[in-house]
Design a protein around this ligand. Sequence first.
Ligand SMILES: Cc1cc2nc3c(=O)[nH]c(=O)nc-3n(C[C@H](O)[C@H](O)[C@H](O)COP(=O)(O)OP(=O)(O)OC[C@H]3O[C@@H](n4cnc5c(N)ncnc54)[C@H](O)[C@@H]3O)c2cc1C
Length: 385
Amino acid sequence: MIVASKQCSGCYACVSACPQSCIKMKIDNEGFWYPEVLSDSCIDCGVCERVCPTKHKQAQISEPAAFAVLNKDENVRSRSSSGGVFTVLAEHIIESGGVVFGAGFDEGFNVVHSFAEQKSDIRQFRGSKYVQSRIGQSYIKARQFLKSGRPVLFSGTPCQIAGLKSYLGHEYDNLFTVDLICHGVPSPKAWNKYLKHNEQRAGAPVADVNFRSKQQGWKKFEMALSFGNKMVYNKTLDKDEYLRAFLQNVTLRPSCYECNFKTLGRASDLTLADFWGVDTVMPELADDKGVSLVLVHSDKGKNLLDSISDKIVWQQADLKKAIAFNSAAVKPVEKHSARDLFFKDLDNMPFDALVNKYCRIRFKTRVRRVYRSVGSKAKRLIAKI
Ligand SMILES: Cc1cc2nc3c(=O)[nH]c(=O)nc-3n(C[C@H](O)[C@H](O)[C@H](O)COP(=O)(O)OP(=O)(O)OC[C@H]3O[C@@H](n4cnc5c(N)ncnc54)[C@H](O)[C@@H]3O)c2cc1C
């Protein structure tokens, strides 16, 4: 075992670095992958332990600068999760002859990392997919592109960016990294179960997925599915079982509840997020179409943002206020008390019944509670920082 399983983020650094290719990812009962060392071919070189980002705490980097950012292209902003800044960054890198890595869907709507070299291919990465993305060969490919001298933009969760950097082992001037404020990553098995359930209801395979449809506004959190027979499904957080389970912290990977990567100082150049609370902090930008919060951790990140300045509207924000409504910026979410029971039942119950069993609290009651506690937590957080 390279690291205790409840701490392993499944980032793929060890698998990618093993000189003997003797580490394989194995999927557990909850649907998360973990490295397994095939001891017959292992030469005990210790590389897997050296590159594990969980085993080596990151050096604390200084506090980032915070910006509210909007993509001027309204069409792209409407199809992005927050302000659409990711697409502008990605297009800029491709225009400079570079390659962009991000999370998209494969043909079965599993979430996987891959790369794009054409602007038209960036679309697959646009929009948050609230499922753990499988890195596969992406770190290895990224290193090949970096060595060939091409600019590389790599986007992913904070643990994936830490994993990439750890795997690479040294800085590359042509590498630009973008991570997210990350609530946590849900189980691919739970996602598949939810999809199958809805495909059965619709009577056709799913043809498109949008976890953050803005049809009813950015703040609504709406899941939109469309099916091969033209049927459509649109439900907001209070009605959609998948989003409800995600935001009640039932379906997340065990390591997410102990995440070390949720800090203000990050290994990435930029951190992207929803600018929750923008209505209070910068009401002039709050049009309910989505505003990104961008945290800048390095000169490289700041230069990258400067180079897209003609395509965005941006304003510097006070860091404490900018993250006051986004506690996942600095600390892991709390594990749901019935999380382990939920996974025990995952194979035995229909998805909607399962979520209704364990995430039953009436939404209005919950919103009132969360609202009250976010208010007081935000005040405490501001006072602490
Ligand atoms: C699992 C997850 C949890 C998140 N939790 C929070 C949160 O608690 N608070 C918050 O403010 N923001 C959170 N975000 C980020 C937010 O949803 C937006 O992705 C972010 O604001 C960027 O939006 P955008 O409009 O600039 O671009 P978009 O086009 O919406 O962003 C797409 C970017 O997200 C990446 N991405 C999408 N899905 C995944 C995935 N499964 N794994 C890794 N990378 C992915 C893509 O590669 C691309 O870089 C989360 C995102 C994910 C994927």
